[in-house]
Design a protein around this ligand. Structure first.
Ligand SMILES: *[C@@H]1O[C@H](CO)[C@@H](O)[C@H](O)[C@H]1NC(C)=O
Ligand SMILES: *[C@@H]1O[C@H](CO)[C@@H](O)[C@H](O)[C@H]1NC(C)=O
Length: 628
């Protein structure tokens, strides 16, 4: 089945991939034209606008401070000082760059008496030219304060629309191509053009030679496990989907804030993918272990394998996270220890061991249907595992909320810096940060946490730190549940989807309670840097729903082959490591004409991501899979 579909899809996917590369390359300069150098006041950076502050006050200096709407409970930051005008009737004007990502509040203070004169809330647009005109009325102490648009901003979201249209165009070409390719002469032509090797197979097979059987069987991917003799394509599709977003986001996501990690609490696109990756890893663990055991592999052997894989992941993680090209040789004393692959490795180990130690040979269908608690089988059957995981969660809660962190309040979950009105500048991440500093040392963790721009934090904080790993184990464990559901119900699609739906709703409800449905005000806010519990429950709510959807489209109805996400999903380790290692090499990055333009960043990042899809597709065609 896999052979047939991949073959039918082959030429059109290649076509798609070629078109992607071509159009992205052509569009990189094209996109930038309307937003290019000509429009931008030269000193402005990406996501900034120009503000001309006119001080028309008589005998009063003006201090302007600012605060972003996205900075929760932050202190105002000084923006600019505007001295009073020397010549009567003519205001003094000072230029300053302001943030255009989020709405901001400007606070005007008169420096003579230090009194607050006015506050304005405004959302500046990128590369716009604005004037803030401050005037006093003749015979009163009241002042007027207006924002005037000198030059309107550029629409920095337009490139996303273009990119979307391009990819939609490619998709239609692909779909059309798919239809045409079904017609035989064109199909042969395509094969000849694009796949000389395959042409031979095709011709051979049309002659009725026995080569056909061989080529078909060699087309079946090397399966790590099977469910009813057929690999679930939805898992690879899900994994590939998360991976491709991860690649795009790691490459910069076009420098849009919503494609980058959230500064502290909340979710952006970038914050979604890592937990999904962990989740689907859990699902794969469940299915691969049960198939290994069924094939007569001993538990000890499986255990040894799990240790070895997790060790390899950890080692590769350390190697790729500490690059030394361009920077000169790296010193042992500031080797970063935690990281994405390290966390994946450790999570993998714990969940695999847990599954091997406690998994009963999951009862075959129907053996449990009669008992009164059958609805809860996925918890009751493996209750020791649940006890263990709940104990882990209790540990997380205790450490997070009860650990004494010197100089910081108990249970602190904030970003430090200028957050919480600047009371705890060095408390970034509370207990999670403290534990990493204590156990790993300040030099061995990540130095540029996402909070350091908006919240102006100065201490190191690692988003893949030790404490958060507990919750990543929980996430993988929930993925493991999904795998058990797949296994337990075999091909009973309806049962599987109902289970996923229920899990999703339950996780959603827990998140709603934990966060009080708010970004910053909840008991435990959703936070990627801390990997808070609510982050895990929210993301697993999404994950169950997404898996349900993909499962329905790909495996139940077979309306979608899972392309193009399927290919990177089959080669996830290779794509992940490759994208990290070759990040600064040519086709993935080049010197930009205007490195302050969203359009050019977006084109570059999308092209780089598309190239990884192409690479994984080519490797898939050649049956090259990197498994560890
Ligand atoms: C912004 O607008 C003001 C008023 O129209 C103009 O004098 C100034 O040159 C503009 N600044 C830039 C950098 O375009
Ligand atoms: C925070 O750390 C910086 C440098 O490490 C230090 O100068 C400052 O005094 C610390 N602040 C507090 C409140 O401890």
């Amino acid at each position: 089945m896999a052979a047939g579909s991949s073959r039918g899809y082959g030429p059109s996917a290649t076509l798609c991939v070629a078109v992607t590369a071509l159009s992205a390359a052509l569009l990189a300069p094209g996109l930038t034209q309307p937003h290019g150098l000509s429009r931008r006041p030269l000193e402005l950076k990406i996501d900034q606008a120009l503000l001309l502050v006119h001080n028309g006050l008589i005998n009063e200096n003006l201090t302007v401070s600012w605060l972003s709407d996205y900075c929760y409970q932050c202190l105002y930051q000084d923006l600019i000082f505007v001295p009073t005008s020397n010549t009567l009737g003519k205001p003094s004007i000072v230029n300053v760059a302001v943030d255009s990502q989020h709405p901001i509040t400007l606070q005007l203070n008169g420096t003579l008496e230090g009194r607050e004169l006015h506050r304005i809330h405004y959302h500046f647009g990128e590369f716009g030219n604005y004037s803030l005109v401050v005037k006093s009325f003749h015979n009163s102490t009241k002042i007027s304060c207006d924002i005037i648009i000198n030059e309107s901003p550029v629409n920095s979201h337009l490139p996303i629309l273009y990119a979307f249209l391009i990819y939609m165009g490619i998709l239609s070409i692909l779909t059309l191509g798919h239809v045409f390719v079904i017609i035989d002469p064109i199909k042969n032509w395509f094969y000849k053009k694009l796949n000389p090797v395959d042409t031979d197979h095709l011709i051979n097979s049309e002659r009725g030679s026995p080569a056909r059987a061989d080529s078909a069987s060699s087309n079946v991917p090397a399966t790590a496990w099977t469910v009813s003799q057929r690999r679930l394509r939805s898992l690879d599709t899900f994994r590939g989907f998360a991976l491709i977003i991860m690649v795009f986001v790691n490459y910069g996501g076009g420098k849009y804030w919503f494609f980058k990690h959230q500064s502290w609490n909340g979710l952006t696109l970038a914050d979604l993918v890592f937990p999904w990756f962990v989740f689907i890893m859990g699902t794969s663990i469940s299915l691969s272990l049960s198939s290994m055991l069924r094939q007569g592999c001993s538990k000890w052997k499986a255990l040894g394998k799990a240790f070895w894989r997790s060790f390899l992941l950890f080692l590769m993680g350390i190697i790729i996270i500490n690059p030394n090209y361009c920077l000169g040789p790296l010193s042992w004393s500031n080797l970063r220890i935690p990281g994405v692959l390290q966390r994946l490795g450790f999570t993998y180990l714990v969940v695999a061991v847990l599954e091997l130690l406690f998994a009963k040979a999951v009862a075959e269908n129907n053996t449990l249907q009669e008992t009164p608690y059958s609805a809860l089988w996925d918890i009751l059957l493996c209750w020791p595992q649940w006890v263990f995981v709940l104990m882990l969660e209790a540990t997380w809660l205790c450490l997070t909320f009860l650990l004494n962190v010197p100089g910081c309040p108990k249970g602190y979950l904030g970003p430090g810096g200028i957050g919480d009105f600047g009371k705890y500048p060095n408390c970034t991440g509370g207990a999670a940060g403290y534990i990493d500093h204590l156990l790993l040392g300040e030099k061995h963790i990540y130095q540029h946490p996402s909070a350091n721009v908006l919240y102006q934090t100065s201490v190191a904080y690692d988003p893949e730190g030790i404490l958060g790993t507990i919750n990543s184990i929980f996430m993988a464990f929930l993925g493991l549940q999904a795998g058990k559901i797949f296994f337990f119900y075999k091909d009973q699609h309806k049962q599987i989807m109902i289970r996923f739906f229920i899990w999703s709703v339950v996780m959603g409800a827990i998140s709603a309670i934990l966060t009080k449905c708010s970004k910053d005000e909840g008991f435990i806010p959703v936070n990627k840097n801390l990997w808070s519990i609510s982050y895990v429950t929210t993301l697993s709510c999404f994950a169950f729903m997404l898996l349900l959807l993909i499962y329905y489209l790909v495996d139940v109805k077979r309306w979608w082959s899972g392309a193009p996400f399927f290919y990177p999903g089959m080669n996830s380790i290779l794509v992940y490591i490759g994208h990290e290692v070759f990040e600064n090499y040519f086709p993935f990055k080049w010197k930009m004409k205007d490195n302050q333009s969203h359009a050019e960043h977006l084109a570059q990042n999308l092209l780089a991501t598309s190239i990884w899809v192409i690479i994984s597709y080519l490797l898939y065609r050649k049956r090259i899979f990197w498994k560890i």
